[in-house]
Design a protein around this ligand. Structure first.
Ligand code: UDP
Length: 560
């Protein structure tokens, strides 16, 4: 069994439409629906069929079909009224039905115990409503093709913050939501200065007080126990808000890579960096051409898109944000023989991401010359440059499209170079990374192994990787081979964070990434990681300690 068998399975389950038999059929439909001219149609088709660029799943599923909803990311406002709350739930249901994920900030809802004037009762608070949204998602399940994903956010200054932080404590509760606390610099400064006894919130009605330490310990404890809540950095997000004139940003999509204004949506697309390597050399020109093509592709999606509700169309077309990202980053590093967790690895990644963003901006400028700037350009920070899109780059999880492309996901290090994967119908597949297999073969040959002995050694190593996930303890393997082929769990959490920071420096929106920690990590490691993330200018952070959860809701390689 190999990767293509899995790919076939994903294709038939998710992307093939009536009358389509092959991946090329899908690419043909998508390219024809989105290209403005024949030349671009060919370029779009070539980039997708060669697996060098893929748009997000909804575009692959719905372009050129009656549904026509092409975006993965949505953010919806939740006002403090019963009709408003249930409007948001309805809007979310419509979005899930067409394959999109929704983010909500529940902070506008009044705190539990506050008065409700019209009924003379007391409010049940944001967490109780989040449970209702969760139940609604269970019912919809995205038309059977994709699971309904939500992000639930609460600001750290909301009086219900403690019950929010512990709302997913029970394994399996509120399972259709990722939850994140939106913290600000003021809070993080108090934490940094260890002012844990400071009163941070006083409930407006009950008068109950909550200290900085109670909240911080709650966050750290939750992360240590089961990887939630995630943490979002409000001030950093808003320091880079491209359209401050349209308001502050306090919402992100489900996996966090897109901080957006209420009702905005964003279409994502990712370039497979491993597919830009020819004969061991990274082809920068090919990358530049791919970036330019991808910007035109994603910009066209904004106009071809069928929007679930008019408010979303209006907000999206005001800023015309697109989300161009990367995948296959670790594969590319391995092919170039640069360790992920090395200064050289970070340098290479920084240079490539810088190049991608600069090229994307140039292409968006060309589009603006032809078609005009995005309508709210004057309310934006793009003073020096007239561009068609308020934001261009991001890093998506690429949970499914990286499987389709057969590359490592997003900017994540490979989880294991040999593993068993179960598909949607319960069949299991044994997968060995081709880059690893090849490098192992030549390393062992160089060490003088040959024939049956070589084969036996190879099998031994692969079985070991499959069972333990690592080669770091196989000391007889050469040191440079071992330091190159480190996996997500071999790499220290500090190196994970530093890699995210390098990308964040050059990415307009945000980054979806999991900071992996070994099972033995302690609470103080989680604290240190959160503080490092804030100091290094990340917009958000997700930490996961191995084995701390029975099942993972929406994580990499596990999005089926
Ligand atoms: N998403 C979703 N449901 C899913 C997976 C993803 O709604 O089951 C949304 C979510 O907003 C996420 C975005 O799609 O942040 C991109 O996810 P990913 O890159 O994994 O999607 P792919 O295009 O690879 O399917």
């Amino acid at each position: 069994m190999n990767t293509s068998t899995i790919t076939d399975n994903i294709l038939s389950a998710r992307y093939l439409r009536k009358g389509e038999k092959t991946f090329e059929d899908i690419c043909h439909r998508v390219a024809s629906a989105l290209a403005s001219d024949e030349k671009d149609r060919e370029l779009f088709y070539e980039a997708m069929t060669s697996l060098r660029f893929l748009p997000n799943s909804p575009t692959l599923m719905n372009a050129g079909t009656e549904i026509g909803q092409l975006s993965a990311c949505f953010t919806l406002p939740v006002p403090d009224s019963i009709p408003g709350i249930f409007d948001a739930m309805k809007q979310g249901a419509v979005i899930h039905k067409t394959g999109g994920g929704t983010g909500y900030n529940f902070s506008h809802i009044r705190a539990e115990g506050s008065p409700v004037r019209s009924t003379d009762g007391v409010a049940s608070g944001p967490v109780s409503f989040m449970k209702a949204f969760n139940a609604a998602t269970d019912v919809i399940k995205q038309g059977g093709r994709r699971r309904g994903a939500n992000m639930g956010i609460l600001n750290v200054w909301h009086p219900d913050i403690l019950s929010f932080i512990t709302s997913k404590k029970e394994e399996g509760s509120i399972s259709n939501f990722n939850i994140s606390v939106m913290v600000n610099d003021e809070f993080m400064t108090l934490v940094r200065d260890r002012k844990f006894d400071e009163i941070w919130i006083k409930h407006p009605v009950t008068g109950v007080k909550v200290t900085v330490g109670e909240i911080w310990n709650g966050i750290v404890d939750g992360i240590w126990k089961n990887g939630e809540p995630g943490v979002l950095f409000y001030d950093e997000i808003n320091r880079h808000n491209p359209t401050p004139g349209l308001g502050d940003i306090d919402i992100t999509n489900p996996c966090g890579e897109q901080p957006l204004l209420p009702f905005e949506s964003c279409v994502l697309g990712s370039i497979n960096l491993a597919a830009c390597i020819n004969e061991g050399k990274f082809d920068e020109e090919l990358l530049d051409d791919t970036v330019r093509m991808a910007v035109r592709f994603l910009n066209n999606v904004i106009d071809a898109n069928v929007y679930p509700i008019p408010e979303i169309e209006e907000a999206t077309k005001k800023t015309r944000k697109i989300g161009l990202g990367v995948m296959g980053v670790h594969d590319a590093l391995l092919m170039l023989k640069i360790p992920y967790d090395s200064p050289g690895g970070r340098k290479w990644c920084g240079e490539i991401m810088h190049r991608i963003t600069e090229t994307a901006v140039e292409e968006s400028q060309l589009l603006a010359e032809k078609l005009g700037t995005f309508p709210e350009w004057e309310k934006s920070t793009w003073k020096e440059r007239k561009v068609r899109n308020a934001a261009m780059t991001t890093v998506a999880p690429t949970g499914t499209i990286s499987l389709l492309a057969g590359c490592s996901s997003g900017i994540e290090p490979v989880f294991s170079f040999a593993y068993t994967r179960m598909n949607t119908v319960g069949k299991t597949f044994f997968i060995v990374s081709p880059v690893f297999k090849e490098a192992l073969h030549s390393t062992l040959s160089e060490k003088g192994h040959s024939g049956d002995e070589l084969k036996k050694r190879e099998e031994e190593v692969i079985a070991h990787v499959h069972d333990t996930g690592s080669i770091q303890d196989l000391e007889w393997l050469p040191a440079d081979f071992r330091s190159l082929f480190k996996t997500a769990l071999d790499i220290s959490y500090r190196d994970h964070i530093e890699m995210q920071a390098v990308f964040q420096k050059y990415v307009h929106a945000s980054i979806s990434k999991t900071i992996n920690m070994p099972n033995s990590a302690e609470r103080k490691d989680c604290e240190e990681a959160l503080l490092a993330a804030w100091t290094l200018g990340l917009k958000g952070i997700t930490i996961y300690r191995t084995g701390s959860r029975d099942s993972v809701v929406l994580s990499l390689g596990n999005s089926e």
